[in-house]
Design a protein around this ligand. Structure first.
Ligand code: SAH
Ligand code: MG
Length: 217
């Protein structure tokens, strides 16, 4: 075979990603995030599809997202919801929640979503006081609070609820013992709890930046 005919070398993630048709609605969101000079840290497309599938598979009605950014994962979550489903999305930056809300509204998901602005831990206390419970959680905000978010999620979980945590590898930092930064130590604690907490069954996916998936027993 001549060199010209050789296929490009893909990472496993890039090879699998290029099999899928571009998702125009999500591409618009991503472009607006960049145009607004917001961080380009939306969930990986493949994991976004997994979020949609999980919601459908477990027929989740009440979904909680911690960390909205521009609404990319919010759209993925809403795509899986039934007509009477609801998404509560916690976000500390009002301008991010505003952009996310606009994106969800433009795609017809406005009626499903409620944004709660402020420290996620405060909103989580408030949800607990209101007696709210959830079938699905997507933890994707400040890494230093992941262990707190996991504990709160377990408290707010309906039996059989699924808890997903994004970025559990922190671009390789969690597995590097020379790094002792607080957020990295917090993620290590989160990962250990995901793996060992007797209230959970779980698995972890190492592709992209790593994803934890736990089911509340
Ligand atoms: N889930 C989004 C990406 C979230 S990025 C997606 O995949 O599309 C992380 C988000 O968490 C940012 O928007 C950031 O502002 C928010 N955040 C960070 N610390 C927070 C806190 N303490 N409480 C609530 N939100 C927080
Ligand atoms: Mg993330």
């Amino acid at each position: 075979m001549s060199e010209q005919n050789e296929q490009p070398i893909y990472t496993p993630e890039a090879y699998l990603d290029q099999l899928y048709a571009p998702d125009q609605d999500l591409q618009v969101i991503q472009a607006n995030i960049e145009a607004n000079k917001m961080p380009s840290i939306s969930v990986a497309p493949a994991y976004g599809r997994l979020l949609t599938m999980f919601i459908k598979m477990i027929k989740a009605k009440d979904v909680l997202e911690i960390g909205a950014l521009g609404g990319y994962s919010g759209v993925c979550l809403c795509r899986g919801l039934p007509q009477d489903g609801r998404l509560v999305s916690l976000e500390i930056r009002p301008e991010f929640a505003e952009l996310a809300k606009g994106h969800l509204e433009s795609l017809g998901f406005g009626k499903y979503v409620e944004y709660r602005i402020g420290e996620a831990l405060d909103s989580l206390s408030q949800l607990k006081e209101e007696g709210r419970t959830f079938d699905f959680f997507f933890i994707d905000a400040d890494k230093v609070n992941y262990p707190n978010y996991l504990e709160r999620a377990i408290e707010l979980a309906n039996p059989g609820a699924i808890i997903v945590g994004d970025n559990i590898l922190m671009h390789g930092r969690t597995k590097d013992p020379t790094i002792t930064k607080k957020s990295v130590e917090a993620m290590r604690a989160f990962n250990r709890q995901i793996a060992t907490d007797p209230r959970l069954e779980s698995t972890t996916l190492p592709a992209f930046d790593g994803l934890a998936i736990a089911r509340v027993l």
